[in-house]
Write a protein that binds this ligand. Sequence first.
Ligand SMILES: [Zn+2]
Length: 101
Amino acid sequence: MKYKKKFPQKIEERERHVKTVCDICEQEIKNIGYEYNQIEINAKIGSMYPEYDTRTEYQMDICKNCFLDKVLPSLQKLGKVNEFSSEGSEFEKMEEIIGVN
Ligand SMILES: [Zn+2]
């Protein structure tokens, strides 16, 4: 006869994305219905060697309102910002380029 005994099982902890908070207004970024906004600013500056990466990374998550009201106008003051539309399954570049102030 084979006897069985229960042993406590080790539970592994895993990190899982649960929410994103805007780094400007500190409000949770929520997409409602089919709305799906992804606004991230990411820069890696420095040197990358075969053995290691010495770059400094700068990263921000931004909500739609802060992007449209604060970030986009600032970027437009620095230079032209190209606007693309994702109509259908392919990104099509719109001929319209948002002007420089
Ligand atoms: Zn915000």
